[in-house]
Design a protein around this ligand. Structure first.
Ligand code: SF4
Length: 942
């Protein structure tokens, strides 16, 4: 595999360089004058012999590939006429023409030592049969996603190196001696019980059928005719390039595609989590609410606070997804014409009788740029309001607010792969291995090659194991910690004076605040990190030639989220770490198209490409382009819209691909808000918890069923290509949006999504010149000065910032506590977030067989000391309550969580974390405080 460091283990690549023995070409450097024969008779004879020896140990029954990846060893066997089409050994081996079984001295040096030394070399091959199954080399079926057949393993070590070198997981090694050598997981555990994270990299590189992806849908059999579609992973903001393999009308596998983004790496979601699109619960027909006999939200009231049915004492249905049998009777099937006409009529009635500001729309960061662009255009032109927002509000709105304020752009300044060029990488508020797993592999790789990692988090996240410094701060004290670090940098003269003088403003005000109030000792008193460690971290940063900063929602999802991000920006500005290789600011975007949905204008205060709606010139530009007058007032944000619905100010909504019932804070309030709407249209691929409140449900297309562009966390715009047709009467989202707009009196007509993209890119300077065609297979980074041949701009702001003065602005931030602090009644701090296998409200990942098998149920992570103090058994049922509600779920002992803190993933409706969370907002980014609220923990039976 070209992705692995050559080590010369298997010796299948031997060439003849005119020496006594053949040379393994992967490790033998070329020399001037060297004559290399790659297919001489001697080479072919040795390769045939080696193939024969390796095949001799293969069991007759081997696992079918599930991804369409050919078996390299079988291909060689067939090339040397040793195997038939079905992979079985052909006839009498000893009689084959190239079969000089007396192993020559040259060959002895070419074959793996385990074979030469085993005493069993070629025994089965001589008899023309595969080896019988050996009890010492069994099959291991314990992993939900990979079958391990130790007897089909040729000990080439590719999997070991893929696990170590590509994914940096270090799970696979060697165990046993001599002929009994085999690969082992951790301390020789079954794979499914090891620390394997199911990324599938080992099976992707295995050249035999020893490590095989278990079929997600159908197995791929010899002779199957597969179609291959190059696309992009639908999950996180990393945007890994993939190739889908399709048999008939079923996707049967996915492989990572070689690309500058992921170098063919994938995580468990990208590799095994795509079967949700084929789930039988897909919505295939428009639905209309039957009548008032089914009050909105009645069912959701019963099913989202407990993993256990209190009446029966049993666990609720596996998967915890919406029970269609309970909810569907409230709806009747309808034609598209009927459903869209009703939706358009009711929305127009509300608009015309109460004014446009009673309408609002939630788009989605899962949708393509084209869909996001059309959705905000519909809201602005047909609804005639700017009340349009999406879930970025809930993840990085505060980061964007701080970036816009201080450096004039919300974009990441450097791509994540730039970590390889950084002397120091600061990772803060990000469980990168869980949320951006493939980006994490590049960070781990950089650490192994000498980049010093500084990890700052309230939990001991996985990357802490690779860190030079790990600072476990108290929840909600980021500002105090970074102010302390910056104090040391200033006090010890470790700042970049020239950069500060030439490229920034307002340093004096920041310096004054920090020197007066944030000595390391003063910071330690707040954040809990020892003063000397704060000094050591500051010195590591100050003495480095370059530092790149990555942050996640541990920074942004606070009422002080904007202040937290401001501190990180100040840190980079004062050390001159912007605008060069290996430096920069990179808020890791959560969903696949968070960056693009924001770029496309799904934001209430800006048009596409962040052009403020309050600016008359911008408004005129978009009024000219769209041909209607536009509302000059910025619209409401996600949580403000929910508050508006609660109080009757918002009466009609259109929700595309979002599930605010589970994703927004303070579920009880969201339920009342949704139930209070006079009219709600939900467009989705499944019956979500939010859809239960709808008057009209429109069956939409999954990621696999449409072509569109997605912009990853690096600003790389990539084309996701259609793989399948939508099921039943479901339609592509962009067509539904256009149809609804037309029925509301604003015709939107396009032949295809490239036409939509062209209109958008003509109005968004950052996307200028990009087209579906020139994006090609690898996409391009915006801005791209040379769309015909260039790859786009990797590093932004090398000379100036896009602020009015061209300089970056320091913004001093005093530390402020979270809005709801622990007390005697609610003594724990609750932190919420994601787990590796799931994504958002679980509508997709909980319908993926592999992902829901690996992580099937809700849990609360608790430090073992707290469990023992409260006499709670690990895996015991507990109740977690806040001032807003309570949930019942299992307790999981977890030492990465500090005592006094809890962590609950928010994917699980049966124990919805947002029942507990506080909907207090950051005043600048309007992001809720998902990462901090006061809760109580107790035994459920107490
Ligand atoms: Fe998909 Fe993100 Fe995993 Fe890549 S890292 S495979 S984009 S979920």
């Amino acid at each position: 595999s070209p992705r692995l460091r050559p080590v010369g283990v298997c010796r299948m690549c031997v060439v003849d360089v005119g020496e006594r023995v053949l040379a393994a070409s992967c490790v033998r450097p070329c020399q001037p004058g060297m004559k290399v024969q790659t297919a001489s008779a001697k080479v072919e004879q040795h390769r045939a012999m080696l193939t024969r020896l390796l095949l001799s140990d293969m069991p007759a029954e081997r696992d079918a590939a599930s991804s369409g990846k050919p078996c390299d060893l079988e291909a060689l066997g067939q090339r040397y006429e040793l195997l038939d089409d079905q992979g079985q050994l052909i006839g009498d081996f000893a009689a084959r023409p190239a079969a000089a079984l007396d192993v020559s001295p040259a060959l002895r040096l070419s074959v793996p030592p385990s074979f030469v030394n085993s005493g069993n070399v070629g025994e089965a091959a001589v008899q023309g049969a595969h080896a019988p199954r050996s009890p010492e080399r069994p099959r291991d079926m314990s992993s939900p996603v990979i079958t391990v057949d130790h007897q089909a393993c040729i000990l080439c070590d590719r999997c070991v190196r893929a696990c170590d070198e590509i994914q940096s997981n270090d799970v696979i090694g060697r165990t046993g001696k001599g002929y009994l050598s085999r690969i082992g997981f951790d301390l020789d555990l079954p794979m499914g019980e090891s620390t394997c994270v199911s990324c599938g990299e080992c099976a992707a590189v295995c050249p035999t059928r020893a490590l095989v992806h278990k079929p997600v849908t159908l197995p791929v059999l010899a002779g199957d005719d597969l179609r291959h579609v190059d696309s992009v992973c639908p999950y996180c903001g990393v945007g890994c390039a993939v190739t889908f393999h399709v048999k008939g009308d079923t996707v049967v596998g996915v492989d990572g595609r070689e690309s500058v983004v992921n170098h063919a790496r994938l995580c468990v979601k990208g590799r095994y989590g795509w079967d949700y699109a084929l789930h039988p619960q897909r919505l295939t027909t428009p639905l209309i609410r039957r009548s008032k006999f089914y009050p909105k939200g009645a069912l959701s009231r019963q099913v989202q606070t407990s993993a256990v049915d209190p009446s029966a004492g049993k666990q609720r249905k596996p998967g915890g997804i919406v029970d269609y049998a309970e909810v569907l009777p409230a709806f009747r099937e309808a034609t598209w014409d009927e459903a869209l006409s009703l939706a358009a009529r009711r929305l127009v009635e509300l608009r015309d009788s109460h004014g446009p500001s009673v309408l609002a729309g939630f788009g989605s960061a899962k949708c393509s740029n084209e869909e996001a662009y059309l959705f905000q255009k519909l809201v602005r032109t047909a609804f005639r309001t700017n009340n349009v927002d999406h879930c970025t509000r809930l993840c990085h709105a505060s980061s964007v607010a701080a970036l816009m304020e201080m450096i004039g752009s919300g974009a990441v300044t450097n791509v994540f792969a730039d970590v390889a060029r950084a002397e120091v990488a600061l990772i803060t508020g990000s469980s990168t291995t869980q949320n951006h797993p493939v980006a994490a592999t590049f960070i781990k790789e950089a650490a192994r090659q000498g980049t010093k990692l500084i990890v700052v988090d309230v939990r001991r996240v996985d990357l802490a194991d690779f860190a030079t410094h790990f600072a476990q701060i108290r929840p909600g004290t980021d500002v105090a910690f970074y102010n302390g670090v910056m104090h040391v940098l200033i006090a010890e003269g470790l700042v970049d004076r020239q950069f500060i003088a030439e490229r920034t403003e307002n340093f004096a005000a920041l310096s004054e605040l920090l020197l007066a109030h944030y000595s390391p000792e003063q910071s330690e008193a707040i954040c809990g990190v020892p003063a000397d460690e704060i000094r050591a971290i500051a010195r590591t940063i100050g003495r480095a030639g370059s530092m790149i900063v990555f942050w996640g929602m541990g920074i942004s999802q606070h009422t002080t989220g904007t202040d937290n991000a401001r501190c990180l920006i100040s840190l980079c500005l004062m050390t001159g770490n912007v605008g060069r290789p290996g430096t920069g600011l990179h808020p890791l975007r959560g969903q696949n198209n968070v960056q693009g949905a924001s770029d496309s204008g799904l934001i209430p205060m800006v048009y596409p490409d962040y052009q403020p709606v309050g600016d008359a010139k911008n408004r005129e530009k978009f009024e000219r382009a769209w041909g209607v007058p536009l509302d000059p007032k910025p619209g409401l944000t996600v949580v403000e819209i929910a508050h508006g619905a609660l109080h009757g100010d918002i009466k009609g909504m259109y929700i595309l691909g979002e599930n605010p019932f589970l994703s927004d804070p303070n579920t009880a309030k969201v339920r009342r808000a949704l139930a209070n709407l006079e009219f709600l249209v939900v467009q989705d691929i499944f019956l979500t918890e939010t859809a239960e409140f709808a008057d009209v449900i429109l069956p939409a297309s999954s990621y696999l069923e449409k072509t569109g562009t997605y912009t990853n966390t690096d600003r790389r715009v990539q084309v996701g290509r259609k793989v399948l047709d939508p099921p039943g009467d479901a339609r592509e989202d962009w067509r539904i949006i256009c149809d609804l707009a037309g029925r509301m009196g604003y015709p939107m007509e396009y032949a295809s999504t490239d036409e939509v993209f062209n209109e958008f890119s003509a109005l968004a300077p950052s996307y200028a010149g990009l087209t579906h065609e020139n994006l090609g297979l690898s996409g391009k980074l915006w801005p791209c000065n040379d769309p015909a041949t260039g790859d786009g701009t990797q590093i932004l702001f090398s000379d100036r910032f896009p602020t009015p003065s061209g300089r970056g602005q320091f913004v001093p931030c005093p530390w402020l506590p979270a809005k709801e602090l622990p007390d005697d009644a609610y003594p724990f701090v609750l932190n919420t977030g994601r787990v590796l296998e799931h994504w958002h409200t679980g509508t997709m990942t909980r319908r993926s067989h592999a992902l829901s098998t690996i992580e099937p149920e809700a849990f609360v992570a608790v430090n073992p000391a707290d469990l023992s103090r409260l006499q709670i058994e690990p895996e015991g049922l507990v109740r977690v309550s806040s001032r807003r509600g309570a949930i019942t779920l299992k307790a999981r002992a977890d030492r990465t969580v500090e005592t006094g803190s809890l962590f609950v993933p928010f994917h699980f409706r049966e124990a919805a974390a947002n029942v507990l969370t506080n909907d207090a907002l950051d005043p600048f980014g309007k992001i809720p405080e998902f990462k901090f609220c006061a809760v109580r923990l107790e035994r459920a039976d107490g």
